[in-house]
Each structure stands twice: as structure tokens, then as C-alpha cells.
Design a protein around this ligand. Sequence first.
Ligand SMILES: [Ca+2]
Ligand SMILES: [Ca+2]
Length: 586
Amino acid sequence: MKRLLFGFFSIENTKIHSTVAAIILLSTFAAAFGMEAAPKPQDKLTEVSANPALRSASQSTSIRLNSLGFLPSMQKKATIISKCSDFAVKRATDSNTVYSGKVTGPFYQADVNQAVYIADFSEVNEPGRYYLDVPGAGKSYEFEIGDKVYNFALYTAMRAFYLWRCGTAVEGEFNGKHYSHAACHTDDGWLDYISEPNSRRDGTGGWHDAGDYNKYVVNAGITVASLFLAWDHYQNELKGLSLDIPDTAPGYPDFLKEIKWEIDWLFKMQYPDGSGRVSHKLSALRFCPFIMPEDEKDKRYYAEWSSAATADFVAMMAMSARYFKPYDARYAQRCLDAAKKSYAFLKNNPENKQFERKPFRTGGYITSDQDDRLWAAAEMWETTGEPNYLRDFERSTWHLNDKISYYWDWSDVKNLGMFTYLLSKREGKRDSIVADIRRDLLTTADSLVAKVKKDVYGRCLGGEYRWGCNGTVAREVITLMVANKVSPNPDYVNTALDAIGHLFGRNYYGRSYVTGLGYLPPMNPHSRRSGADEIEEPWPGYIIGGGHSATDWQDVRRSASTNEIAINWQAALVYALAGFTNAQSR
Ligand SMILES: [Ca+2]
Ligand SMILES: [Ca+2]
């Protein structure tokens, strides 16, 4: 069984999230290992939700809406899967009707094989607690309308990074439970595969990557970038955010303090030989079983460098130099020096040097580097203003037919470079490239809007499903909000809110996709800490990857393909929520 399990683990976490082959392979494995059937949402209704405020004896499973709630002035919609015609919005305190209207529909959608009705109650803007009463469908769970409905979710989702910390003990309270683990992986890491055998150099720190405990530079790239973008776009709201984390960076706001924990580790991934090369990952040779992190005792090694990891390192360090500077100028300079060194190495070594998996059987994160290099150049230019970086960016960009990728994740970070260049206030940009990026961005945002308007659950990817696509649903909020910066449009903002609504309950399952938050959240994420500890409820605030079709999500631990957690998806969720906190100031 152990051998079989290792076989399973070696496939489950391949980090090749977007390949169809992997999906088919996983389905085969899932069948071979007899995965438990997904719980049907109605079976779970009698169980305790992690959010007791949402419990009620008479809730209907037919009414799906954003269980976090709604901002007063913004759009509010529910999807109802029972035949109905009228609906009322009732105040929770006294059951008085504050609004009544007619649903639209039925609308048939093939991928979920449902004919549904839509209730639009956007006109209700008085803060308070409400529920929907729909003759023929029943009563919804209670929801809130208010300015701060996303604040606690943001806090929990960002604190989840702290709870992911490696090389240290962590602990946190949630919903009356105490989550903790002892200091882990204090031997990171060994140099056998990049220089000398049996010698060790400090590689402690950083965040565990996902449901596993390894650390990968490429996946750190899109993660750190998404968090810095949240900071860049919403720092007035985020500056005051307290995360209840240790003061590992005195003088930094908590939000940046948590990012710095990862950057401190990232420094250690640069080769000790002064070349500027960056190790692709720090990892055990195999995934460990479901044990607590401090119990994983296998040796963990620096893997050989890759050009994508080196470029992502440059981009992250350049961003760090920019955003940390007001709080710690010396550290910022160290970041910039490290970025320059690795950038110089890349310039002298233009080949796409991919990571070679052997002998590691953990996550691959193998990717071509054109997009990563382009992103690195954009961040170096934005941080330094030096024209050589601008030239490098424009040379690698002008000929690209699609300046903006519609679907993006760790393997395609082109958009990050494009956003930085487009939004930069620096002089010297080439008008034609700016115009191309702007046009492609708005076209992409418009297509997301169009998909949301056609999808009965307001899903901005429509019927497109890939590994980790819940993370991409959240990540499209970045696309939409950057588009909204260059061409303000209420459709972009509403589509961004639809993405949040979809993730927190307005979906086929009528459930939240984020542990501990919202209505009937995932209970069995593919997360080693949650699987190994003594607490029934999983570690809180983590978004799970989601189905590979509209109807195949499984809330079971073994389903790495649909129920894992990961830092790249998490950072997208943080970005999405950050834009809608303390909304009264917007
Ligand atoms: Ca890439
Ligand atoms: Ca547990």
C-alpha cells in the first residue's frame, strides 16, 4: 500500500495544472484508488457550518448566492435552481419584506444541466441581515449587506500565508479552535544536487507551497506579485490591516511583513557561488504522507537552477525593492542588488534553461521563460528607471500578437509585466506598445464580462475548467481591476464581485470554496496539516482548486486535482478581497 500511495503522491502534485493529460491520468488514478464520492450538498446541510451565523433550520439548498454578503451600492444576484416566479428580500430580525420582485428565467446551462432563475435585488442597499424568500424554492440562508462584508475574509485569507510559514512554529485561533504546528524543516537545505554532497546551507523560511511542504521559486513568483499588486492598488486599505502575526519585520505593515517572510527565504535560493543563478526549488525527493510539517524528516535539497526561476526571482526582488523601500531602505537595496546580479546572469545566458525533474518527484513547475524574462525586465525598469531594462522589455514584447493572456497562472506571467508597464508613470514608453497592451487588456476584460453575463453562476471563465481554476477565477479580478484603472467601467467591477460571489456560494454546489469562510465551506482539503492534525475543521482561509468540469469537484482529501490548496490561488483570492474592503472609502 505504501508503494501505491507513493505512486499516487508522485502524480497528485505534479504542478502541471493545466495539462489535459494530467487530468485524464488523475481521473484514472482516482478510479484506481477508489476515491470517496463527493458529498452531496444537501447531505451536508445538517452539519455544522464553520460559520455558525449562517446556520438555520429551514434553509433552502436551491438558492445560491454570495454567502459573505454584498456591498450596499453594488450589484446583488442569486441563482435559484427550483421553478419560481416571485421573490422577496426579508429582514432577518423581523421577517419584514424590504423588497419584492420577479425572477428572470428559466435559463438553461448545459455544463451543469440545469434550468435556473435569477433574482436581482441590487436595489436593496440598506445595511443589515437579510434572507431571500422564494415561493417554490424556500428561504435562503441569511446574508449581510454592509461595507465590511469582505474584511474578515481578507484577514483570514492573508493570515493563511502566515499559517503556511516554514521553518518556524505557527499558531492561530479560528472559530474557537487553536491551529498550530511546531518549528519544521529546520535542516533546509542540502546542496547535493547543485554543488557538494552532504553539505548544508541555510534555506529555512518561506511558505510551504500548497497541500505539500516543499518550496518552489516559480510558484512564489505569481504569488508574491499578486500580493504586491494588492498592496500597490489598495495600500490605503491594507496599511491598517492587522494580521495577528509575529513581528518578524519591525516597522513594516503586517501585509508587507508577511510578504517579507517569503523574500527572506528567496535570498537563500540564489546560488552561493555569486553567479546569480537561482535554484528552481527546495524540496524533498518525494512528497511526504499526510503528517504534520515538523514530522517530515526526509532530507530536502536545493534543486538545480532554471532560467524561469531566476527571472521570477529578479521580478520579485525588484518589486520588493520598490515596495519595502519606505519601511526599510537598506533591505530594499539588498533586494535590488540581488535582482541586478541575477538579471545580469540572465542577459549573459539567454537560453531557456528548464528545470529537469530527476531525481525529484515533487512539483515540477516546469515552464518556458520568455514570459518570466519579460516580467523581470518590466519590474527592473519600474524600480530603477534605467533605459536598458525598458529596452529589454519592449524588444521582447512589441512583436507578441497577444499582449495579454486571457487565462493565466504560474506558467504564464506575461500579464504581470504588461500590467506594470501599462500602469507605469515613468516616461519613455513606446506609444504603440502601450496602445496594444491597453486594447488587448480591455478586450480580455470585456470577454470576462460577457462570460459572466452568460453564465448562470456568474463565473467569469464561463465553462472553461482547468487545474486550479478557482484560483484563476480569483486572479481574473486582477485583470478586471487593472482594466478598470485604465478605462473605468462598472461592468468590470461587478464582474470582479461576481468572481467573489461565485467562490463563496453562487455556484453549482451552493457552497463556499474557501475553508472556514462562508456557507458550507470545504471540509476535507488536500492539505497535509489539515489531514494530520486533531481538529476536524480544516486550517482556515484557504481556497481550494476546484473541479475540472462544472460538476466534478470532490470535497475529499485525496482529490489533489480538485481539492488542494496552493499559494498562487491564495494570493489571487487575497487580491480579489482586498479591492472590496472598507468600501465606504472608495
Ligand atoms: Ca513561463
Ligand atoms: Ca484536521
